[in-house]
Design a protein around this ligand. Structure first.
Ligand SMILES: Nc1ncnc2c1ncn2[C@@H]1O[C@H](COP(=O)(O)OP(=O)(O)OP(=O)(O)O)[C@@H](O)[C@H]1O
Ligand SMILES: O=C(O)c1ccc[n+]([C@@H]2O[C@H](COP(=O)([O-])O)[C@@H](O)[C@H]2O)c1
Length: 224
């Protein structure tokens, strides 16, 4: 049987238990040999101004996935210049894998609803399966009606995984940190420590600089 690899794409700003439970659910349900978490370098649909530097997001993803032997973190999107288009990620991920390996791109159903606005959605579906994780409050039937013809042509490659009722989101976590509210039990313990140690998501401080037109936080000891 061909090997099946999961790719869990996201901004992970920060990674939280919603992402982790989704990846683990997909791994077990679809018999995935491994799941590669792929933090976006430049999330195509988000403003660079609003996203924490990639190295912080990468390191938090490494910390969050350490305890699961089936989880790995890929730098594919972080190291590739330009917007992190999924079709490019999938094509790059194939290098070094057996030709019959099957790739399963896992992401939230809300993200997949927008796939018609992604780069080359048809080409993407020719190259991988999509696992749409349903998050709380999401109406599943919208997937078929929104994707229309694309859904009908590739329905054999689109699957849905139900994740437990987690209404955790990265934006809520960032807001909680800003307001001084607890985030423990929403994100793994080492990620909580990382966020406070590096003072992420707090009110803007003098550590923020304007570089190349983008507002970026500095990583202590890192290069600008
Ligand atoms: N609680 C959750 N349950 C299931 N899927 C989720 C959950 N949170 C996020 N996802 C999905 O994981 C993928 C990556 O998410 P992302 O890193 O943007 O996190 P997010 O929590 O959605 O962030 P933000 O609140 O900043 O938009 C997205 O497709 C998103 O739909
Ligand atoms: O390929 C695209 O055009 C594209 C457009 C928007 C989002 N994506 C991918 O979808 C995943 C979830 O995106 P986000 O912004 O919700 O973190 C992430 O892996 C992105 O790279 C991909």
């Amino acid at each position: 049987m061909s090997i099946r690899i999961g790719l869990m794409g996201g901004t992970f700003d920060p990674i939280h238990y919603g992402h982790l439970v989704t990846a683990e659910g997909a791994r077990v349900e679809f018999g995935l040999e491994r799941v590669w978490f792929v933090p976006s370098g430049w999330p195509p649909h988000k403003s660079a101004m609003d996203v924490t530097p990639a190295e912080h997001r990468y390191l938090m993803t490494v910390l969050a996935t350490l305890s699961n032997p089936y989880f790995e973190v890929s730098r594919l999107d972080i190291d590739r210049p330009g917007p992190s288009y999924t079709v490019d990620t999938v094509e790059q991920a194939r290098h070094g894998l057996p030709p019959d390996a099957e790739l399963y791109f896992i992401t939230g159903a809300d993200a997949i609803l927008e796939i018609l606005t992604w780069k080359q959605p048809e080409r993407l579906l020719e190259r991988c399966h999509l696992i749409a994780a349903t998050r709380p409050g999401y109406d599943l039937e919208r997937l078929e009606s929104t994707l229309g013809e694309l859904f009908r042509r590739f329905r054999h490659r689109i699957a849905v995984v139900q994740v437990p009722g987690l209404s955790i989101s990265s934006s809520d976590i960032r807001q909680r940190v800003r307001r001084g509210q607890p985030i423990r039990y929403l994100v793994p313990e080492p990620v909580v420590d990382y966020i406070y140690k590096h003072r992420l998501y707090q009110a803007p401080t003098g550590r923020e600089v304007v570089a190349g037109g983008h507002r970026m936080a500095q990583i202590p000891g890192g290069t600008e």
